[in-house]
Design a protein around this ligand. Structure first.
Ligand SMILES: [Zn+2]
Length: 179
């Protein structure tokens, strides 16, 4: 339940709103102006803000009430700004995660392809460090860095081996059930 702001002390409600999509009919205690609206239009009237379809107040609003309404207005503006900022930050963070994720996928895929080429064509591991291959990669895919000889011979070899082994096991099982 929203607590009503100080602006509501400046009006009497002639007709209360009937549902959440409607607005109350209000009458200003200081200038007798009547209008339909909620807190935003009410503050616009009191704070002499044009462009919201309400006349500005011509009455004498007590200074204390006026400064409380100004304070409330500023609080709501700050709150909206903070929310917008939080949403922007969350979006930026989310985009970064997505970029990182697709980059990681691409790197893993490229690593796997170069590994398959090296292993199946029996290319000596040392050749992965060939300056000509490095030049070729840096021209065709500048964001990608080739694995070094050691990583190729350990991490990538193990990974490809496991993947081939799993495929063989899978094929064996499929054949067993077929016969
Ligand atoms: Zn007024």
């Amino acid at each position: 339940m929203n607590k009503k702001g100080p602006e509501w002390e400046a009006v009497t409600i002639i007709n209360p709103r009937v549902n959440s999509n409607s607005n109350s009919k209000l009458k200003c205690l200081f200038c007798d102006y009547t209008f339909t609206g909620g807190a935003t239009r009410l503050r616009a009237h009191l704070l002499q803000r044009t462009g919201l379809g309400v006349k500005i107040c011509s009455g004498d609003i007590p200074q204390l009430l006026l400064s409380r309404v100004i304070e409330e207005d500023q609080r709501l503006i700050d709150e909206a700004k903070a929310k917008t900022k939080a949403i922007k930050l969350a979006l930026i963070k989310n985009q970064r995660t997505l970029d990182q994720c697709s980059q990681n996928n691409l790197k893993a895929n490229l690593d796997s392809q170069i590994s398959k080429f090296m292993f199946t064509e029996s290319v000596p591991f040392l050749k992965i460090e060939s300056p000509y291959l490095k030049n070729f990669i840096s021209l065709s895919c500048p964001a990608y860095h080739l694995p070094n000889r050691k990583t190729l011979a350990t991490t990538h070899l193990d990974r490809e081996y496991s993947s081939v082994k799993a495929a063989v096991e899978n094929a064996k099982n499929t054949n067993r059930f077929r016969s």
